[in-house]
Ligand binder design. Structure first.
Ligand code: NAI
Length: 395
């Protein structure tokens, strides 16, 4: 079939197999263009491995460090005339490329929050690898079923305390609008913390430890975001920020149990991913951020950020300096004073008429389409494409 993008709000309901493959190959190409990372972990488990930061972590581990990787994700397989999700195609492409270089890669598709998934993954690690020396926790999910009680928790993206009104970019219609979001209830805050707060991160690490599946000196890293005051109401001080505070507490609890600096929270740069495009206000911020960082030659995507993370963790300067709260800061370039000053100025004046002058809307949109495999060079989008792609290790 001919596969074209079908956008519904902040999601694209189709994905292009060859396009996703080209996207993965591009990221592999970037990693190979950089110096190898010989001291990088050798057996890496990535939870949330199919898109965004998790996929980039898996690619850097495998193609930068030569690691065996186990990836966990929740993606949709193609059915008849419906394409698979982008993360499915990404993972198929990743595994094929890894196999071509003799790199072990095994994937698990299903709910990472469940006990069954943990058991299946840990059994595979014990059987095939013995132990892992790095666990990347890169889940972004709107819901979680509590494995003990069966209760369903749903995360929300809302401010806490007060109603929030600010500019928003309607990415469908290319309009600057005002958005007003009512504050979350206490219950909604609790739900968001339950989903995104790292309780499940600790369950994974404890389950791996109990099965003797963690190598001595193992490391684990989870990702978070802070950003500037402009977005605090919706992010850092919002429901997701509350969850991320708990994530940091989880890192401290893991360090108390498994040793100092075993668990790290890395504060990453704001980038277009399926998760971030769902957050109000953030797409406008990212569009302005891209414009300014590109002009200054500071722009990075997920793969550049993750290459920097793995080099910092294992390179000659390791361990990297941490901030006053023990976090790794990959958002250092985003948060530079000059960058943030220019963003603030653009934010204050930007209107629908000046979107193209003051923001990199084209770059935002292009990145969004690329997430689903559209707009990649060298892909013939007018050609017939078979939507069924196996992920080799899923059988
Ligand atoms: P993403 O949407 O690209 O990736 C989410 C991953 O989680 C996918 O692999 C998906 O399959 C997997 N997943 C979701 N629910 C699952 C479930 N129940 N079971 C198994 N797998 C599941 O998201 P992104 O942006 O890469 O986010 C990853 C982490 O990075 C999140 O913690 C996010 O808060 C953080 N982060 C993201 C930033 C951004 O600007 N995108 C900035 C800084 C941190």
């Amino acid at each position: 079939m001919i596969i074209s993008p079908k956008i519904r709000g902040f999601i694209c309901t189709t994905a292009h197999p060859e396009g996703c493959e080209a996207h993965v190959r591009e990221q592999i190409g970037y990693v190979k263009s950089r110096p190898p990372l010989p001291d990088s972990p050798k057996n890496v488990l990535v939870i949330g491995a199919s898109t965004g930061y998790g996929l980039a972590s898996r690619i850097v581990s495998a193609f930068g460090g030569g690691a065996a990787t186990v990836g966990v994700f929740f993606e949709k397989e193609a059915v008849e005339k419906k394409t698979a999700s982008a993360g499915w195609y990404n993972s198929a492409a990743f595994e094929t490329a890894a196999a071509a270089e003799g790199l072990y890669a095994r994937s698990f598709n299903g709910d990472a929050f469940s006990k069954d998934m943990k058991e299946a993954v840990i059994a595979a690690i014990r059987k095939d690898l013995g132990q892992v020396d790095m666990v990347v926790y890169s889940l972004a999910s709107p819901r979680r079923v509590d494995p003990e009680t069966g209760e369903v928790y749903k995360s929300v993206l809302k401010p806490t305390g007060e109603t929030f009104t600010n500019k928003n970019l309607n990415t469908d219609k290319k309009l600057i609008e005002q958005v007003t979001i009512e504050p979350a209830t206490e219950d909604e805050i609790l739900h968001t913390v339950k989903v995104m707060g790292g309780e499940d991160w600790k369950l994974w690490i404890d389950a791996l430890a109990a099965a003797d599946a963690l190598a001595p000196g193992f490391r684990t890293v989870a990702y978070s975001y802070i950003g500037p005051e402009l977005t605090w109401a919706i992010y850092t001080d919002g429901t997701i920020g509350r969850a991320k505070l708990y994530l940091e507490e989880t890192a401290r609890a893991l360090n108390a149990r498994y040793g100092e600096n075993t668990a790290l929270v890395s504060i990453n740069k704001a980038l277009v991913t399926q998760a971030s495009s769902a957050i109000p206000v953030v797409p406008l911020y990212i569009s302005i951020l891209y414009k300014i960082m590109k002009a200054k030659g500071l722009h990075e995507g997920c793969i550049e950020q993750m290459y920097r993370l793995f080099s910092a963790l294992t390179g000659p300067e390791a361990p990297p300096p941490l901030d006053e709260r023990g976090r790794l800061r990959l958002d250092d370039w985003e948060m530079r004073d000059d960058v943030q000053r220019e963003i603030k100025a653009a934010w204050e004046t930007v209107s629908t008429e000046t979107i193209d002058d003051l923001t990199d809307f084209a770059g935002y949109q292009s990145d969004f389409y690329r997430l689903f495999g559209f707009g990649l060079p060298g892909v013939d989008y007018a050609a017939e494409s078979d939507p069924a792609r196996p992920i080799p290790s899923l059988g």
